[in-house]
Ligand binder design. Sequence first.
Ligand code: ATP
Length: 516
Amino acid sequence: MAQDDVFKKLVAHCKEYGYVFPSSEIYDGLSAVYDYGQYGVELKNNIKKYWWDSMVLLNDNIVGLDSAIFMHPTIWKASGHVDAFNDPLIDNKDSKKRYRADVLIEEHLAKLEDKITKEVEKARERFADTFDEKKFRETNPRVLANQVKIDELNARFAKALNDTDLAEIKQIIIDNEIVCPISGTRNWTDVRQFNLMFSTEMGSTAEGANKIYLRPETAQGIFVNFLNVQKTGRMKIPFGIAQIGKAFRNEIVARQFIFRMREFEQMEMQFFVQPGSELEWFKKWKETRMNWHQALGFGSENYRFHDHVKLAHYANAATDIEYKFPFGFKEVEGIHSRTDYDLKQHQEFSGKKMQYFDPEKGESYVPFVIETSIGVDRMFLQIVSAAYTEEELKKEDGTTDIRVVLRLPSFLAPVKLAVMPLVKKDGLPAIAEKIVNDLRFDFNCQYDDKDSIGRRYRRQDAIGTPFCITIDHQTPEDNTVTIRYRDSMAQERVTIGQLRDIIKEKVSLQSLLKKL
Ligand code: ATP
């Protein structure tokens, strides 16, 4: 199936099964804003718990924070967001569609890379066992020609971004004959800068209202509280502050469902270190965060690092962790070595010292910072993209059937078990209800007695429930039930008394955290 179709199906599935709804749908929606339904909110909460516990529970030197969305407007002047939190935008005059100019160029680069990958794959098939990929990449003229194009374009693009040379960015688009995907033409406007922050007014106009911003990242709330936490928590460097909260960006182009939203949630951790040690910590956090992703078991080949060519004004190293979405490898998390830029800026703009007294060195300094920053919603999309599977099943009469199953890691699944009486009589519903009432304190359980048992299994597969428990006529006789496993569809007969332990072992966050 084409990857575009897979993605469309995924979006439809999220809506049909109560995961994600367009915001304000009865008013035709609000662009790039979404609501999470009854299952979506559970998955989101579980993702947040996985992240929070891996930071705050597993590390003695990381503590949490919940700072306000509204902050003093000078914070955004100090951080550079008022002057520099811009994206370059460009319009196609024929389709009237708006694009991020940098993204158009990145997509063109990705196409050139795809051409190389295709050549390599073709050759791999042709030469089978004797294929030497390294040699092929070094000698094949078509691969080499494309590699030269990529390298030249990368260098030119990086320079244009670093110099914020908008005319040159447009020229790159023209020279590379990049066309609008809708109109197919090269009739472009000039490239302009667009600030991504939303603003509003605080206080009534009579008193002189203040322009304030909706935070575009949660990080600044951590920086301005750095000394509050350090002093009251008696934190010693190196230490980290973790925060989960909403962020807002007036994104130029917001397609691709919850990948790029105007209101979203971030999980950010700022790790304060001694100046000079930051690149070592940067390396360590790269590894730690990659392990966190891969522990979910979606296949290490689907993740990669993408080191930044253009560093943000505050960074001396930066990388993205990318996942292979149905629409290609894209960023899920950013890891940045932010130097002492933010704390120094706040020191200057507020006139307050932002220094740490290091008892071991006997001196005060402004710490350097490593940031790990991940979007909850983007992580959500990564997980459902990886989990959504369509399986072809052979039926007894020889025909085939499609089973849609969300293979969510058990800990993340919104509902852990569904308890189903085979029929709605003979005392079976009462037994099922009793099981639910006993287990509801441990797990999110669902009682389900509607439709045939096969349809009930399919409904639970579609929402990702890892276990279905069926109560049949044997149950009143010997206290046993069948437990059906979502992924293998295997069924096992166990006693009611065993259920708690069997399920606990498989759905606990502990076993996931222990892999880290
Ligand atoms: P992009 O290049 O995709 O715009 P970014 O580099 O601006 O992202 P960061 O500022 O590093 O992103 O934000 C950290 C994380 O926050 C991202 O890795 C992503 O998971 C999430 N994020 C950023 N912008 C959005 C958005 N508009 N919608 C959803 N998640 C977002």
